[in-house]
Design a protein around this ligand. Structure first.
Ligand code: PLP
Length: 382
């Protein structure tokens, strides 16, 4: 089955009691048993719920995996994965990992004696120096936020082939429409389904996917024990969102390309970060690894200052000033004062997170309206 059909048909099971084509919202905590232990596959909704099961089937299918578990948030999925480890174990991650993941690593799991080390994994050779006997997981994001760096997933896998080190890939930015990390060697894939999978900025939800039965069984135990499960209403909305994932992502990519072309003509702009640009430092691997280049694009200004950036982000009409990404509506944000404000300026400069850096989550509105919106905001600088 091709992706465009999977998004419609996976997890679509006719309801046996009514014939309803859409999986109902099973708003129930428990299930009546004929005799103790004799049930129709469901006992208690922390363990499983039919609406959630339908979503998990759908997410497994679109991510080319055998097993999936859904969570109350993307961070809920991340939390469950770290709980596979023991005190003394170490995770190596890319140095531009999502801020919320970094905070969970540093401020929660360090207290449980899990160790973390960060490096530039766009160069896989950097792993050689820091992998040690305690390394149990490599945790990567590609594309990364907000500079859209691309990590060669196959190459990272080749470094740990034959070991027991697990490769975890956060595929939130790429979406299953553009990249399936399990096919590139990942052991576990994570999604913040809050973003593109949900696609309508109306839910907080997470998911993980794996092909390995033993990993799935451990994660299932962790999940039903720790309990970060999503409610059936949110699962229903995610299932509904997935149906248009294929066409949405196509339009996100198309619009991002048009905006890249427009921004390239503007003299106020210094650098544009979008993996589809031939001058992007990881363009070659992006072209090989991804089906298209995605809807996230960042840029900084020749006049690198806060006030020009703030002028732009407050003068757009359709690009709404907000955190998050991946919804049908376009968003604009300023990492230095928003998502990355907690990083000291000196550290930000080292990471090329300039004061004027602006990040766009390009939506699926009409292309010319989006371009005019950015044009007006840029013109107002003069
Ligand atoms: C948003 C995000 C998360 C966290 O997901 P929530 O649904 O907000 O908990 C994790 N990873 C990436 C890359 C994200 O963008």
């Amino acid at each position: 089955m091709k992706f465009g059909t999977k998004v419609i048909h996976s997890g679509l099971k006719t309801d046996p009691s009514t014939g309803s084509i859409i999986t109902p919202i099973y708003q129930t905590s428990t299930y009546v048993q004929e005799k103790p232990g004799e049930n129709k596959g469901f006992e208690y909704s922390r363990t499983s719920n039919p609406t959630r099961t339908a979503l998990e089937d759908s997410i497994s299918s679109i991510e080319c995996g055998r097993y999936s578990i859904c969570y109350a948030s993307g961070m809920g999925a991340c939390d469950a994965i770290v709980k596979l480890l023991k005190p003394g174990d170490k995770i190596i991650s890319n140095n531009d990992v999502y801020g919320g993941t970094y905070r969970m690593f540093e401020q929660v799991f360090k207290n449980f004696n899990i160790d973390f080390e960060y490096t530039d994994l766009t160069n896989a050779e950097n792993l050689d120096e820091i992998i040690c006997i305690n390394t149990k997981m490599i945790w990567i994001e590609s594309p990364s936020n907000p500079l859209l760096n691309i990590i060669d997933i196959k190459k990272i896998k080749s470094k740990i082939e034959g070991t027991e080190i697990l490769l975890v890939v956060d595929n939130t930015f790429a979406t299953p429409a553009l990249q399936n990390p399990l096919n590139l060697g990942a052991d576990i894939v994570i999604h913040s389904a809050t973003k593109y999978i949900g696609g309508h900025s109306d839910i907080i939800l997470g998911a993980l996917i794996t092909n390995t039965k033993t990993i799935y069984e451990q994660l299932f135990l962790i999940t039903k024990s720790c309990g970060a499960v999503p409610g059936p209403m949110d699962c229903f909305l995610a299932l509904r969102g997935i149906k248009t994932l294929d066409i949405r992502v196509k339009k996100h990519c198309e619009n991002a390309k048009a905006i890249n072309d427009f921004l390239s003509t503007r003299k106020e702009i210094k650098e544009i970060f979008w993996p589809g640009r031939s001058e992007h430092k990881n363009h070659k691997i992006a072209k090989k690894q991804m089906k298209d280049f995605g809807g996230m694009i960042s840029f900084n200004l020749i006049n690198d200052n806060f006030s020009d950036a703030v002028s732009i982000i407050t003068n757009t009409k359709y690009f709404k000033l907000a955190e998050s990404l991946g919804g049908v509506e376009s968003l604009i944000s300023h990492p230095a004062s928003m998502t990355h404000a907690s990083i000291p300026k000196e550290e930000r400069d080292k990471k090329n997170l300039k004061d004027s850096l602006i990040r766009l989550s390009v939506g699926i509105e009409d292309q010319s309206d989006l371009i005019n919106d950015l044009k007006n905001a840029l013109d107002m600088l003069h």
